[in-house]
Design a protein around this ligand. Structure first.
Ligand SMILES: Nc1ncnc2c1ncn2[C@@H]1O[C@H](COP(=O)(O)OP(=O)(O)OP(=O)(O)O)[C@@H](O)[C@H]1O
Ligand SMILES: [Mg+2]
Length: 364
């Protein structure tokens, strides 16, 4: 999948720009605050109708204007025109000038994988950040997964509500609770196997990718789950054994809603022992592995956006990463330090300089 052209109108700092892109590398450079992230944010918003910088839509509209528009031509099997119009009061989307009423019919058609410095939270932050990341990744390649997850969360809410209202000393074995618990275990098991499968696939690739970036062996992801090595019958027993505790706490203390993943380098957990650079390389290796899984499932690569990946990485690692990106992947790279990119890579890229809210293509 490629984006051939992008038009931004009153989007962030861009009043009106119209850009054509390379099917390979597109490198966007300029000073801090010049608008590099805004530009790739435009591509992301075109795909997902909202920003990765998680705030309200209206910040996307240029100050003192009341409507922003993002338009792009996407080439996959066919060539289609996508458009999103953002107003204070809401947003509208169109494909080939036909209005699409449900956002969910629009989202998921253009696929994008993004690296943004915030993604380091995947390693550094709490388990729930990692679960959310994992959920987003798996639901991008599998529609059923999101449905399972929504169902699970609904059941969990019902069970927790029941636990909260049950008298601690009362008889807690109700038929209603048993049915809920059984359903939660069934859905949990399904979610577990999707996650396990995804992580297994990541682990087939990530040690090789990480080694190719840093010349260090032993990168892997460890999946921690209450379901690890447990049969369904044992799970039922586990829930029974935990019931008193669940009632006292008023919540369900075991299940896939407590799952976590660990980014390991050999025996070291990168969360506690990894340097900033090692963490960054681990996250990018994860994303590159994800691209391959995506390709296997969907038949074509998503668009790859690397926003500010290079700060804090040395020249060697930067160019190792760039060398690893398959030529079939359309890639957008933003950087303040264009001189850190090897000449042979620059030679096959389209290069854009951002200055004073104008984007100019460098052409020798
Ligand atoms: N709604 C808006 N209207 C006008 N300008 C905006 C709007 N939102 C953000 N900006 C401007 O965009 C600029 C920031 O752009 P951006 O985040 O793309 O910079 P950057 O080139 O990625 O910088 P860095 O190298 O620091 O990451 C700021 O100057 C900010 O004032
Ligand atoms: Mg930026």
């Amino acid at each position: 999948m490629k984006i051939k052209n992008l038009k931004l109108l009153n989007f962030r700092n861009y009043e009106n720009i119209n850009l054509d892109f390379s099917d390979g590398y597109n490198i966007i450079y300029g000073n801090n605050g010049s608008g590099k992230t805004n530009l790739v944010e435009g591509i992301y918003v075109l795909a997902l109708t909202k920003s990765f910088r998680g705030s309200v839509d209206k910040v996307l509209i240029m100050n003192n204007k009341d409507i922003a528009r993002v338009e792009g031509t996407i080439q996959d099997e066919y060539e289609d025109k996508y458009k999103i119009i953002i107003k204070d009061s809401g947003k509208r989307v169109k494909i080939n000038d036909n209005k699409i009423d449900k956002l969910s019919d629009y989202i998921s058609r253009i696929s994008v994988i993004l690296f943004n410095p915030d993604d380091l939270r995947l390693i550094k932050d709490t388990p729930s950040v990692r679960r959310n990341g994992l959920n987003l990744d798996i639901s991008q390649i599998n529609n059923t997964y999101l449905k399972l997850l929504n169902m699970y969360n609904k059941l969990l809410k019902q069970r927790n509500m029941y636990l909260k209202t049950t008298n601690i000393n009362g008889n807690s074995s109700s038929e209603y609770l048993d049915i809920l618990t059984k359903k939660i275990i069934d859905y949990g098991e399904k979610i577990y196997s999707y996650r396990k499968n995804f992580i297994n696939q990541i682990n087939e690739l990530i040690p090789i990718i990480y080694r190719d970036i840093s010349a260090i062996e032993g990168m892997k992801i460890i999946y921690k789950s209450d379901y690890n090595d447990v049969e369904i019958d044992d799970m039922v027993k586990k829930y029974k054994d935990n019931l008193q505790k669940d009632i006292i706490l008023g919540k369900t203390t075991i299940g896939v809603h407590h799952d976590d993943i660990k980014f390991m380098l050999g025996d070291l957990d990168l969360k506690d022992y990894g340097s900033e650079g090692q963490q960054k390389n681990a996250v990018i290796a994860y994303k590159l592995a994800e691209l391959e899984i995506f390709k296997k499932v969907k038949g074509s690569y998503p668009i790859l956006i690397l926003d500010d990946l290079f700060s804090e990485l040395d020249r060697l690692k930067i160019n190792n990463i760039l060398k690893l990106i398959n030529d079939d992947i359309q890639t957008f790279i933003t950087t303040t330090e264009i001189d850190k990119i090897d000449k042979n890579i620059l030679d096959k890229s389209r290069v854009y300089k951002v200055e004073d809210s104008v984007v100019r293509e460098d052409k020798e």
